[in-house]
Ligand binder design. Structure first.
Ligand code: SDX
Length: 428
């Protein structure tokens, strides 16, 4: 429903009347769908000002540092809900009552194991394969196990895929870790909650009992929640685009895993810890801040800056509190946290960062917490992917449930050669 119109005039001639559409919050959008007929495309590399879809799942206000899932503020969810509740909210739009929560938890528990044949996919990887490479390959391979009984236009079958993916991601992620350290895979235990089960599959060994630390499990669950969804970020947009062609949801999620792996996106938490280790000590912080400001130096402060947040990332605020809680409760003095705090202080006071509105983002503190709870650095982005999996699948499901859903097919500004005569090789 158009609330008002934008007139596009070129050299004084109106070439298009474009409806302006209002959402329930955030920027109004200019509906440009008729612009092609007028002989024009919009040009927006990196999609800096492009709304690619209509969604009810997550709202971000980058200037005010607001993040809400189905209208619920992220700090309330992180502190008062667990990750499975957040999964239910993202998928169904409402907070579950006790019966709905218990039923949902029971369904997820029924899907935590993977087919025994899936185990063999791991043995094709070299021992030093990056866990993200394994996650990408094995999640994609899930397509081959469920392709036949999957009608993506049937809501109940889409929801069964969502349940399978939410349930199996921790199992597969832990298997990637176990394979990388040469230990036996650990089966899930349905008497444990989601975060406890993941830690059990990651760290228990057949040789001795493993007791999950409640502090670590609570921190893990909060990290899952803080990474669950984030509007139309690069990896979610990747999943939507892959899903728009009707591709199998497991293949779409594998595409999301691949996109998230980049250091500009989900790979930033691993890159941030690598950077803190490289900085190493407080007396080198200024040197690295100078590098980050030097235009001739490609170095960037990992964990700083955001396409949308031009204020503090609200997840970083919760993550910072959690970071201090976990280190205190576990009695850990981490010199990297001292370096991180010094980096944060310098960056927040430095005119370069203030002018460019570069604040610590969600990845800045998550790496330090994950390190504190014993997660190896090369598993950081795997954990991000495990968390974001529910956001990806919620957007995939929402898109396929929308009337008139079309395959995504952007156009371009062509700057190459045109109408060249081809000379056969024999004559060249
Ligand atoms: C995530 O989209 C999402 O929602 C993502 C995410 C999610 O939950 O899905 O929030 C998760 O990906 C968080 C971001 C993690 N990435 C990093 O921490 C990597 C470091 N940060 C960046 O590379 C960068 O800030 C981005 C990629 C996050 C955002 O880049 P933009 O919006 O394209 O901005 P830009 O690259 O055009 O930078 C604007 C200016 C530039 O300077 P000028 O050319 O204008 O002079 O700011 C500078 C950049 O050089 N800049 C930085 C910087 N980030 C941007 N300078 C130093 N250090 C940095 N980290």
């Amino acid at each position: 429903m158009a609330d008002s119109k934008a007139s596009l005039s070129i050299d004084g001639n109106v070439v298009a009347e474009l409806p302006i559409l209002k959402g329930s919050a955030g920027n109004d959008v200019i509906d440009i769908r008729t612009l092609g007929a007028a002989g024009y495309f919009t040009y927006d590399p990196g999609f800096m000002a492009t709304a690619s879809c209509e969604s009810e799942i997550t709202f971000i206000d980058g200037d005010k540092g607001i993040l809400q899932h189905r209208g619920y503020a992220i700090d309330s969810l992180a502190k008062q809900a667990d990750y499975l509740e957040v999964c239910y909210i993202l998928l169904h739009g409402e907070a579950p009552n006790r019966t709905q929560y218990d039923e949902f938890k029971g369904i997820i528990n029924n899907h935590t194991m993977v087919h025994e044949k899936l185990v063999h996919f791991f043995h094709g990887f070299l021992p030093d394969a990056h866990p993200m490479a394994m996650l990408c390959g094995v999640v994609g391979a899930l397509s081959s196990f469920y392709h036949s009984d999957l009608d993506i236009h049937a809501p109940d079958q889409r929801m069964r895929s969502a349940h399978r993916l939410i349930a199996k991601m921790p199992t597969i992620a832990a298997m990637a870790y176990k394979y990388s350290i040469g230990q036996p895979f650990v089966y899930p235990r349905n008497d444990l909650n989601y975060a406890e089960n993941f830690l059990h599959m990651m760290f228990s060994v057949p040789a001795e009992p493993y007791v999950v630390s409640p502090t670590v499990a609570r921190a893990m669950d909060r990290i899952f929640t803080l990474h669950a969804d984030h509007e139309q970020n690069a990896s979610t947009s990747t999943v939507r685009l892959a899903g728009s062609s009707g591709a199998n949801p497991y293949a779409c999620i594998a595409a999301g895993v691949a996109s998230l792996w980049g250091p500009a996106h989900g790979g930033a938490n691993e890159a941030c810890l690598t950077m803190l280790n490289e900085i190493g000590s407080l007396d080198r912080v200024d040197e690295y801040v100078a590098k980050a400001k030097d235009k001739s130096d490609p170095f960037r402060l990992m964990g700083f800056g955001h396409r949308v947040y031009k204020n503090f990332d609200p997840r970083a605020t919760v993550m910072r509190e959690t970071c201090h809680e976990v280190l205190k409760e576990l009695g850990i003095q981490d010199p990297l946290l001292d370096v991180a705090m010094a980096l944060e202080k310098v960056a927040l006071e430095d005119p370069y960062f203030i002018e460019k509105k570069l604040y610590p983002n969600v990845d800045f503190y998550s790496g330090i917490i994950l390190k504190a709870i014993g997660i190896p650095t090369n598993m950081f982005t795997v954990i991000f992917a495990m968390s974001r999996n529910v956001g990806w699948i919620a957007h995939w499901d929402e898109m396929l449930g929308q009337p008139g859903q079309k395959i995504g097919r952007p156009r371009q500004k062509y700057t190459g050669e045109i109408n060249r005569k081809f000379i056969p090789l024999s004559e060249r």
